[in-house]
Write a protein that binds this ligand. Structure first.
Ligand SMILES: NC(=O)c1ccc[n+]([C@@H]2O[C@H](COP(=O)([O-])OP(=O)(O)OC[C@H]3O[C@@H](n4cnc5c(N)ncnc54)[C@H](OP(=O)(O)O)[C@@H]3O)[C@@H](O)[C@H]2O)c1
Length: 384
């Protein structure tokens, strides 16, 4: 068992795609570590300089130097004596083919205790071999998955050392001595689980059901232009061009929310989730429709989220502004309640009333999610 982890130990990041790269940005800009160890398991471009350029600029968030230091005009990305530094933090790069397999990455030789697996390729916590999520534990104390767990063999229970954690929802469930394989769930779950938790805690049995739709920015799991679906692929609409389509697709958010809020199952609250991918680079919104027994006005609903945001100021922002998706890009919150966009209607049935409410929560699915990984890391190191 991994046990406690040191806040100063180098952090490991496996996979440097959208989430992995921005996690390196986040960690280096905070300067809490001397070293970050990244494993790509392959070379890139012509070598270290091209890795440096990849980390130095971003089509969505602009230059790293501006992100980390504002408009100083000084570069925060440097190569010194053959080593890469971001904001003075050394980035050790593991690029051998052997580092492509989780169990083959020499994390502990580089002082790493916690690894973030951001590849999206290793999601099954029940598999125990070198080429699995658990393989990281050959050489590290803990592994954090930047996605929901996916257990391939139906009916296999979640192992006792594995746990899904969502900030503002179930962080107290973490036991350093017991849990080494941790999922931070999806960006959508981090957006919708906190308000659903607030609603479940407030309404209990008066909460009948909810249906959520995430209108989600494009990701690299989609195709730039139409391509022939892969053999066996079910969600073939993801192979349609992301440039000019609204693409209906599935999301695992409904199950993941129940996993972190078991009261939903115990109270018999109905739930449903779907997703529409849209051609933006980041910035998404969850439309959450809820049905309640009783008569409640907007102010009652606002009060629930005002209080939740007061108690969880880094997780939820209570917004009174007329936002659009570009406004929340670069935001650090898991979820932003758009109080100006709440609609409700109460109906009478027999002697009783029921109220339907349409709620909206923004999230930066990339950087906002990376900040949720940062909060989870704070929990593992005892800082939260
Ligand atoms: N994008 C979002 O909004 C978002 C939000 C929350 C969570 N997530 C989740 O985070 C995960 C990653 O998403 P992403 O958007 O960052 O994907 P991405 O941009 O496609 O990045 C994945 C990266 O993993 C690398 N990789 C794959 N297999 C590898 C291996 N064996 N060893 C080392 N590197 C490997 C890929 O590099 P190669 O080119 O070398 O294969 C790529 O750079 C997914 O599970 C996703 O569901 C994404």
């Amino acid at each position: 068992m991994g046990g406690a982890v040191s806040p100063k130990a180098p952090v490991g990041v496996f996979g440097i795609g959208r989430i992995g790269k921005l996690l390196v940005w986040y960690l280096s800009a905070r300067k809490e570590h001397d070293t970050i160890v990244i494993a790509t398991g392959r070379k890139t471009g012509q070598g270290l300089e091209d890795l440096a350029t990849y980390l130095a600029y971003d089509s969505t968030y602009g230059p790293y130097s501006r992100f980390a230091g504002g408009f100083t005009g000084k570069s925060a990305v440097e190569i010194k004596n053959g080593a890469l530094y971001l904001s003075g933090v050394k980035v050790v790069w593991l690029s051998d083919a052997a580092h492509r397999t989780p169990g083959g990455v020499p994390w502990s030789d580089n002082g790493v205790e916690v690894v973030f697996d951001t590849t999206g390729k290793y999601t099954d916590p029940t598999v125990n071999d070198d080429n699995s999520l658990r393989g990281h534990l050959n050489h590290a104390k803990k592994v954090v998955l930047s996605a929901p767990f996916k257990i391939k063999k139906k009916g296999t229970p979640l192992p006792a050392d594995a746990l899904t954690l969502v900030g503002g929802v179930n962080f107290p469930a973490y036991d350093a001595a017991a849990h080494d394989v941790i999922s931070n769930a999806s960006c959508t779950t981090n957006c919708c689980a906190p308000p659903i938790k607030a609603l479940v805690d407030h309404f209990g049995e008066r909460f009948i059901s909810y249906s959520l739709t995430t209108v989600h920015a494009a990701t690299n799991s989609q195709s730039v232009l139409d391509v022939l679906p892969r053999d066996g692929e079910k969600d073939t609409r993801k192979r349609r061009s992301t440039l000019n389509n609204l693409i209906p697709t599935s999301t695992g958010a409904a199950n993941a929310v129940i996993e972190v809020i078991p009261d939903i199952r115990e109270l018999g609250i109905g739930s449903q989730a779907s997703s529409i991918r849209v051609p933006t680079m980041t910035g998404s919104i969850v439309i959450l429709d809820i049905s309640l027994l009783g008569d409640y006005d907007n102010e009652h609903i606002h009060g629930i989220f005002r209080e939740y945001a007061r108690r969880n100021p880094d997780i939820m922002l209570f917004s009174t502004e007329q936002l659009v998706s570009a406004d929340i890009v670069g935001g650090t919150y898991s979820t932003i309640y758009d109080s100006r966009f709440t609609h409700r209607r109460t109906s009478k049935r027999g002697d009783g009333y029921y109220t339907m409410v349409d709620l909206n929560f923004w999230y930066d699915n990339e950087f906002g999610y990376v900040c949720s990984l940062g909060r989870l890391y704070g929990l593992l190191t005892g800082k939260r």
